[in-house]
Design a protein. Structure first.
Length: 255
């Protein structure tokens, strides 16, 4: 898929993976629109990259999503929708009754999963009208094997993964030209993953792999540890689970 000349909308584009993606897509000759909930962060991103268009919008809010669509339509539309916005709550001990369980799970599911569906539904006809339209959904390496420290986050990303496969297949069945990419990152060094004692990759490395995959029409883009975890989880799910959830993590849950 060609990137140059495309217009790309990136949700959660004010920091981390989203901002790095904006930077690299601009360098590839694309027009980039980013969204975020914090106007100060949007302003800061525009100062760094003046070619950006920044729109304040909350991925969890249906009214915001509709207003975002209206603004983008007025601007001439997009070719690629990149559902990058995501959140991860604090570690949860599901074995102890806790009012935070549902609150955290609902927030993660609404932003990570339902937020992507909400925008896909709004923009799909626009993307179908393009000569080469695409959707990029971000899953995670822990959508294959659950991490005890982030169980509801894992569940939201597993939902994204299954939804993405089904959406791609459905669009192929109805002969749509819209391409559906799944980006499956390992742990990426961002604000969201601060304090996680695991090997990370940089946002730059992840987006490099994303762009390479898009160019080759590689619809499932597994990066770094995500490739290995996928293979191991197929061969031995239980051993992979034990590796991903060492006893040190159990002590964190009990703290």
């Amino acid at each position: 898929m060609e990137i140059k000349g495309k217009t790309i909308l990136i949700t959660g584009g004010t920091a981390g993976i989203g901002q790095e993606a904006a930077k690299q897509f601009l360098a590839e000759g694309a027009k980039v629109i980013i969204t975020g909930r914090n106007q100060d962060k949007l302003n800061a991103a525009q100062q760094l990259y003046p070619a950006l268009t920044a729109i304040k919008s909350d991925a969890a809010n249906a009214d915001d999503a509709q207003l975002l669509y209206n603004k983008v339509e007025e601007m001439g539309g997009i070719d690629i929708l990149y559902n990058n916005a995501g959140v991860m709550g604090a570690p949860l001990n599901l074995g102890i009754a806790n009012a935070k369980h549902f609150e955290v799970a609902a927030n993660e599911m609404n932003i990570n999963y339902l937020g992507a569906i909400r925008l896909n539904n709004l923009f799909i006809e626009m993307l179908k009208s393009r000569n080469e339209g695409a959707i990029i959904n971000t899953s995670s390496f822990i959508s294959y094997v659950p991490l005890n420290l982030a169980p509801t986050y894992c569940a939201s990303k597993a939902a994204v993964r299954f939804y993405t496969v089904s959406l791609r297949n459905h669009l192929q069945l109805i002969k749509s030209k819209v391409k559906v990419f799944e980006l499956s990152p390992p742990i990426v060094a961002t604000e969201m993953t601060e304090g996680i004692d695991q090997k990370t990759i940089t946002p730059e490395q992840l987006v490099n792999a994303l762009i390479a995959g898009i160019r080759k029409d590689k619809f499932t883009i597994r990066v770094g540890l995500s490739k290995l975890l996928y293979i191991f989880s197929r061969l031995s799910p239980w051993i992979t689970f034990k590796i991903l959830n060492p006893k040190a993590n159990a002590r964190l849950l009990q703290a």
